[in-house]
Design a binder for this molecule. Structure first.
Ligand SMILES: NC(=O)c1ccc[n+]([C@@H]2O[C@H](COP(=O)([O-])OP(=O)(O)OC[C@H]3O[C@@H](n4cnc5c(N)ncnc54)[C@H](O)[C@@H]3O)[C@@H](O)[C@H]2O)c1
Length: 394
């Protein structure tokens, strides 16, 4: 297995990629984080020649980087990913790949010119229960997916006391105070795209307006969820929530097919429910089955100690395998920017009376041209940029 020389940008979420890279044949050679206290002791831990930077432009020129994890602020990934691609460095980006349509175009064009590979890392398809749904769907007994649901819910309870929540949101301009519900989409839609292979072609969305109380996205985001519907290239329909802030800390994914349906069981310890029409029950199964999903993976020992209940390990493994040329990338630049288009145009739908928008196909020059100057954003950025559209429906 070829060793990959890894750099990590952003040491909040980015910290999770250290062990998962090492366990997948990576060597950590550089870190970049502007909070200097987070850099303390890294040279002692990873070797004197480890690059420790507070400035991205210096970090990205660290000698011999094969791959960088982009885990800085949610709304500032694309420009950094583009710089890495221009230098021929493989990119694994946290969600979302981009927060404006113009950034999507720039990212696709950078990928088209680069010798390196862009991938967005989305870990929810790699939970043990969504992996089990993917396995059953692939074996064909359920038939074809017609309608699927994805709900990623991050209740206030998950973060505990308000001071911890405030730590996540840090200050008024921080991205978590300005993230429209549709924008945090990858955890709800990613598993559905992964399981079924379908690509959204049209989106519309409705807000769940509830300005009371407080949750992860802060009082400026006055909707508690976005109910997003996509019509897909294979005629299936998805209904997803983006990131909802409902009470009760549980999420769920469901696929409905012509011969049966399958879903994760909310609040269980990763159980799944599998239902067949009487005429299509496979040998050895019942019409209705509920069971605990298990890994069945040769790397189970590494999965067991990995963050996010093991899903981060497999997500990194798939990304590294694609860089090594062993596997096709799961969320390449086209699938990543499709997701971001659902997020951005879904919010645009909410702001414009819930009308539908076509999702561009960025393989086509015409669609790239259409959006290359579309810079609308609900975010503040670190360079003085201010929101041009609201983050909430009202
Ligand atoms: N997949 C998951 O389950 C999951 C979980 C948490 C976060 N995330 C994603 O990971 C990303 C980061 O999330 P977070 O919670 O760590 O966010 P955060 O805002 O808390 O942290 C971002 C970190 O990046 C650093 N940073 C930002 N700009 C920088 C710059 N120019 N130079 C140096 N350092 C810089 C910040 O100092 C901070 O430590 C987001 O995109 C988020 O959506 C994903």
């Amino acid at each position: 297995m070829k060793e990959l020389r890894v750099g990590i940008f952003g040491l909040g979420r980015g910290g999770a990629f250290v062990g998962n890279s090492i366990n997948n044949g990576g060597k950590i050679v550089a870190f970049c984080e502007k909070r200097e206290d987070q850099l303390f002791g890294l040279k002692e831990m990873y070797g004197e020649d480890t690059g420790v930077y507070t400035d991205f432009d210096e970090f990205i020129h660290h000698p011999g980087l094969d791959v960088v994890f982009i885990a800085n602020f949610f709304n500032e990934h694309a420009a950094c990913a583009i710089k890495a691609l221009e230098l021929g460095i493989n990119v694994i980006s946290e969600c979302l790949s981009n927060v404006t349509m113009a950034e999507a175009v720039a990212l696709v064009r950078a990928q088209q010119k680069s010798s390196a590979l862009y991938q967005m890392l989305e870990n929810y398809p790699y939970n043990v229960d969504t992996q089990e749904i993917a396995r059953v769907y692939k074996n064909g007994t359920l038939g074809k997916a017609l309608y699927c649901e994805g709900e990623y819910n991050h209740s206030i309870a998950k973060n505990g006391p308000a001071n911890e929540t405030n730590y996540m949101r840090k200050y008024h301009e921080h991205w978590r105070n300005h993230t429209p519900r549709t924008y945090y989409i990858t955890h709800s839609i990613g598993p559905l795209m992964y399981i079924t292979g379908a690509t959204p072609k049209k989106v519309s969305a409705m807000p769940v307006y509830y300005p009371e109380g407080d949750d992860m996205f802060g009082p400026d985001v006055r909707d508690r969820a976005a109910i997003i519907t996509t019509l897909n290239d294979d005629d299936s329909v998805f209904r997803v929530t983006g990131c909802s802030g409902f009470g009760g800390d549980c999420s769920g994914w469901r696929i409905c097919c012509d011969k049966g349906q399958m879903e994760t069981v909310r609040g269980s310890e990763r159980h799944v429910a599998l239902h067949y029409s009487k005429a299509f029950v496979p040998e050895g199964l019942e019409e209705h089955n509920t069971y605990k999903a298990v890994w069945n993976d040769p790397d189970e020992e590494k999965i067991k100690v990995a963050s996010h209940e093991g899903s981060d390990f497999i997500a990194v493994r798939d990304c590294f395998d694609a860089i090594r040329g062993i596997k096709e990338p799961v969320f390449d630049v086209y699938r990543a920017t499709t997701m971001s288009s659902v997020a951005i145009l879904g919010h645009r739908s909410i702001l414009n009376g819930c009308i539908p928008y076509d999702i561009p196909d960025f393989h086509n020059e015409e669609d790239l041209k259409k959006y290359e100057n579309d810079h609308d954003t609900p975010f503040y950025d670190s360079f003085g940029g201010k929101p041009t559209i609201p983050a909430s429906s009202r």
